[in-house]
Design a protein around this ligand. Sequence first.
Ligand SMILES: Nc1ncnc2c1ncn2[C@@H]1O[C@H](COP(=O)(O)OP(=O)(O)OP(=O)(O)O)[C@@H](O)[C@H]1O
Ligand SMILES: [Mg+2]
Length: 372
Amino acid sequence: MKPDRQPWGARLGVRILLAAVLVLGVGALTAWAVALAVGPAIFHEHMLMVETSDPDPEVVKHAEEAFDASWQLSLLLALIAACLASVLVSVVLARRITATLNKVRSAAIRVAHGDYGARVPEGAMGAEFTEMISAFNRMASELDETEHTRKQLLSDLAHEMRTPVATVDGYLEAMLDGVAAADSETLTMLREQTDRLKRLSADVSLVSSAEEHRLSMETHVISVADLISVAQGQARSSYAAQDVALQIVQESDGARVLGDRDRLSQVLTNLLDNALRHTEPGDQVILRAGSDSETVFLSVEDTGHGVASEHLSHLFERFYRVDTARDRAHGGSGIGLAIVRSIVEAHGGNVRVKSGGLGHGALFTVGLPRHN
Ligand SMILES: Nc1ncnc2c1ncn2[C@@H]1O[C@H](COP(=O)(O)OP(=O)(O)OP(=O)(O)O)[C@@H](O)[C@H]1O
Ligand SMILES: [Mg+2]
C-alpha cells in the first residue's frame, strides 16, 4: 500500500511529529507545574526577608504579581519557541527518514516485479540505515546473479537438447514417410540420441541439486586406495583400447576420506574420461593419490592436448567446452567438470586445473578433507 494511501495517523512522519509534540507537551506541563510550585514560594520568602521591620503588604503583593506575570510570560515564550523549534526539527527528520524508506520501498517493488538491477543509493542517515540499505542491495545482486544463471541454464539446456531432439525427429519422420527403414542401425542411432538426452537431464539435475545443497549422499569412511583402484578398474579397458597408458601413483599413505563412494568415483571417472578424450595413442595419464595431515589430493595428469590459459578459469562452468567441434563430436555437453566441482564442494573440498598450454597436457587436482 502506498504511504499516501495510508490512514493519516499511520504515517511514520505524522507519528514522529505527534511523538515530538507529546514529549514537548508533557515537558511544558511539568516545567509549568514545577515553576508554579517552587518559584512564587521562594520569591515570597525572599520578600519577607527584606530588611525592613514591617514590609508593606501592598508592596509585597505588587512585587509578587510582577514576579508571577514575568515568569509566566518568559516561560510561555520559551515553551512556544521550544515547541516551534522541535516541530521544525521533527518535520525535517521525519522527511529524511521517510525519503530513505521510500527509496528502499520503491526498489523493493521493482525487485518484486523482476527488475533485479534495482539498487538503493547509500545515504548518510546513520549506521542502521546504511546496514539495511547494503543488506537490501546485497539481496538484490544475489537475486540478479541467480536469475542470470537460471536464464543461462535454460538457454544452454535448450541448445543442448536441440541436436538430439532434431535428429530423433528427423529419423522418425523419414521412417514414417518410408524413406528410412526401422532397421537396427537406425534404432541404435535413435537409442544413442535418447541416451544422450537422458544423460543430459540426469547431469543437469545432479548439478542443480548440488548447487542448491540438496545433493543426496550416503556418507561413509572411504579408503583413498580403494577409490583409486575402483577408478583404475573402470578406466582400464577404454584406455587400453585407445593405447593410452594409465599409470597409478599411490602416495596417500593409508589416508581416508568421509564421503559418498559412488559420487567420489564419479569425480575420478569424469576426470579420467576427459583425459582419455584429450589424449592421442601413445600419450600417458597419471592418476595420483597423495595426502598431508589435513588434506587428501587426487590428481589426473595427462600429456595430451592441453588447455589454452584463457579457457582455464571457465572449464568448471556448466556447458563450457573449449573446442566445441571436437567436444561435440564426442557427444559431451560440457557438464562433466561442473559435476566434478559440485560433488567435490559438497564434500567440503576444491578442484583446480593447470595446463602448460595447448599441446602441453593438463593437470586436474582434487583436494578433500582427510578423515583422521
Ligand atoms: N584433460 C583435458 N585436456 C584438455 N581439455 C580438457 C580436459 N578436460 C576437460 N577439457 C576441456 O574442458 C571442457 C569441459 O569439460 P567437461 O568434462 O565439463 O565437458 P565435456 O567433457 O565436453 O562433456 P561431458 O563431460 O558433459 O561429457 C571440455 O569440453 C574440454 O574442452
Ligand atoms: Mg567431460
